[in-house]
Write a protein that binds this ligand. Structure first.
Ligand SMILES: Nc1ncnc2c1ncn2[C@@H]1O[C@H](COP(=O)(O)OP(=O)(O)OP(=O)(O)O)[C@@H](O)[C@H]1O
Length: 344
């Protein structure tokens, strides 16, 4: 784990200048910064050996912060926890890359230039992702959580705001402030998470399990498929779970799929399987929820579903090509030099 010089990081953020601020959470402020580094072999470094990074600090540490000392220690603890968990994990292509810290007060991570899944689904004027690309985001995040669970880490705050996009629109899981290392933790912490994503069965510290993340992931999956927010008070029911699960049980799959060409018949089989799995993820029967090994395998199988209708498409395409060839041949046989003839 690389230790950075605190003062150098402060200078890199231009003294926590608002012009460098790229994100605000309930606990931390995130700044964009350009750092000089000596790891020239790293392909992310430009020719001046500089790299763009994101620097996270508890908002309470900022000079202008009005927060009380109790929230100060809570925010600092959350960042410390995030640094401890992230630094204990090996690199994974679906998890935000940890680069180091300064005095456990500032955390340096890779910069994600394309915003969050929440922005893409609910804020962007024109979400650019096609249906399959959206489902691929769900697969990448399922792989990220599977990777964490295999190492005994429970994220506890899976939500669309914590799924960030890199320069090639690769999705990565971020914000490990609430993450729990089940192997390292002695006493389990009090239940925590984000309303709308928080498992209703997670009511006491002992109830924490990998299935807690499965519930939150199920909410994200419903969000991806429907483009509805986890909680939208302007709608009734306001919770995406309360709205979608009865529709899925009644087989009204088309009504749940929103935008991006998802309503197309080609994707019907795929959406049916995906939504049935999403409903299992958010089930109140914790034991019946799938694990992430099953979730990733099921999404891969779901994504292959549209290929099953391929022979039909191939035969239609072949027929069109045959007709075009026949038309061309006919035109050639019916046309004399200097004479034109329309076949149809
Ligand atoms: N590496 C990054 N690259 C670009 N933007 C980022 C990065 N990390 C965080 N952000 C932005 O900053 C916002 C807040 O970051 P983060 O979620 O880590 O803070 P938090 O205080 O832990 O949030 P929460 O309210 O969920 O507890 C994110 O929603 C995102 O928009």
């Amino acid at each position: 784990m690389k230790e950075f010089d605190y003062k150098k990081l402060v200078i890199a953020t231009d003294q926590f200048s608002p012009s460098q601020l790229i994100g605000k959470g309930s606990h931390g402020y995130v700044y964009k910064a350009l750092l000089l580094d000596h790891h020239q072999e790293d392909k992310d470094y430009d020719k001046h050996h500089k790299v763009v990074v994101a620097i996270k600090t508890p908002s309470s540490l900022l000079p202008s912060s009005p927060s009380s000392s109790s929230s100060k220690s809570e925010q600092t603890k959350k960042l410390e926890n995030e640094i401890n968990v992230m630094s204990s994990l090996p690199c994974n292509q679906h998890v935000l890359r940890f680069l180091g810290h300064a005095d456990k007060k500032l955390m340096v991570v890779e910069y994600m230039p394309n915003g969050s899944l929440h922005q893409l689904l609910h804020v962007s004027a024109a979400p650019i992702h096609t249906w399959l690309k959206r489902i691929d985001v769900a697969l990448q995040i399922a792989r990220a959580v599977h990777f964490l669970h295999e190492r005994g880490v429970i994220h506890r705050d899976i939500k669309s705001e914590n799924i960030l996009f890199g320069s090639n629109w690769e999705a990565k899981l971020a914000d490990f402030g609430l993450a729990v290392d089940m192997a390292g933790e002695k006493a389990r912490p009090a239940p925590a998470g984000t309303i709308g994503y928080l498992d209703p069965c997670y009511t006491s510290p002992e109830n924490l399990s990998t299935k807690t993340d499965v519930y939150s992931y199920g909410v994200v999956l419903l969000e991806i498929v429907s483009c509805r927010k986890a909680i939208d008070v302007s709608r009734s029911p306001s919770s995406v779970v309360d709205w979608a699960v009865p529709l899925i049980k009644e087989g009204r799959i088309g009504e749940v799929c929103g935008g991006g060409g998802g309503g197309s018949d080609v994707f019907r089989g795929m959406n049916l399987r995906l939504l049935r799995m999403a409903a299992r993820c958010v089930s109140s029967d914790v034991e019946s929820r799938p694990c992430f090994r099953e979730i990733t395998a099921e999404i891969v199988a779901c994504m292959a579903e549209p290929l099953k209708s391929l022979p039909l498409w191939v035969s239609v395409l072949r027929r069109v090509v045959q007709l075009k060839r026949r038309k061309k041949r006919l035109r050639e046989t019916m046309t004399w030099p200097g004479q034109t003839c329309r076949v149809w």
